[in-house]
Design a protein around this ligand. Structure first.
Ligand code: OAD
Length: 249
């Protein structure tokens, strides 16, 4: 793991508003697969066009429902890791100093909230929420796997997972809140995301345009590695605890 540069420590100390964008790499150390890792990523094994689009659900609702329900059950067994815990600790430290801290996540597993992060903005919805296509009722599901796929609503309608699929708009409230948090921050941090999927990919561009300090934490180089102020290469579960310990003690 790389050491924490002094200038980065100083920027963290000086920050009045930190906005963190997270992706699947943050949950990798909890045993949840990423999407684009060459060997283990979900999109290396499955075609996203067959699982993560409205058309896929229309074509084969049973298959899509089953896949998301398996992910839901897998997440139920997962626990937050050291990266989630470090972000929650960073938020507590930051807020005690009267500063703001916002987590924008592309993850649908809610492990940030389980680790103690507050006011997390879920850009891609949640695996735990299922929505009726007929009456739009949304319900949280924390029980065992559904006995039938797709599950049915009390009104008789078909229910779908409350995640955002390719080709769908992000929830407006989440997008608006995320944009505000990106525009207002003086330190923007990207952790465990390939930074390829819009609109999250544009957040870094927005931060750069505003002259915001920028940090990336990732196992591998990404398209943003060469443009951020600091790009730390390694496991989020090692780097984030070291960063937080070095500033918050
Ligand atoms: P990706 O799978 O595209 O990227 C995960 C990133 O995490 C990669 O850059 C890895 O190098 C990095 N990584 C893996 N393990 C790590 C670790 N322990 N510490 C730090 N970094 C690590 O996942 P996302 O960027 O989240 O959307 O993908 C964005 C969206 O694309 C997802 O929300 C999903 C996907 O298709 C939809 O399903 C609509």
């Amino acid at each position: 793991m790389e050491s924490i540069p002094d200038e980065l420590r100083a920027a963290v100390h000086a920050a009045r508003h930190v906005t963190v964008l997270t992706g699947a790499g943050v949950s990798a150390e909890s045993g949840l697969p990423t999407f684009r890792d060459a060997l283990t990523g979900s999109w290396a094994k499955f075609d996203p066009q067959e699982l993560a689009t409205p058309a896929a659900f229309q074509r084969n609702p049973e298959r899509v429902s089953r896949w998301y329900d398996e992910r839901r059950c897998h997440c139920a067994a997962a626990r937050p890791n050291a990266a989630h815990a470090a972000l929650a600790a960073w938020q507590t430290w930051q807020e005690r100093r009267g500063a703001r801290f916002v987590v924008l996540t592309q993850n649908v597993d809610r492990l940030h909230q389980l680790a103690g992060s507050r006011n997390v903005i879920e850009l891609h919805g949640s695996l735990w929420v299922w929505r009726c296509l007929d009456c739009n009722a949304e319900n949280e599901e924390h029980g065992p796997a559904f006995p039938i796929h797709p599950p049915r609503c009390a009104c008789g309608g078909v229910r779908r997972p409350g995640v955002v699929w390719f080709g769908e708009n992000l929830p407006l409230a989440a997008l608006t809140a995320a944009q505000e948090a990106v525009e207002a921050c003086d330190l923007f941090v990207s952790v465990g995301t390939s930074a390829l999927v819009e609109p999250a990919a544009s957040f870094l561009g927005e931060a750069l345009t505003r002259g915001t300090r920028t940090l990336e934490v990732n196992l591998e180089p990404t398209p943003i590695s060469s443009v951020v102020d600091w790009s730390l290469r390694g496991r989020a579960g090692a780097i984030l605890p070291a960063l937080v310990a070095s500033v918050a003690g």
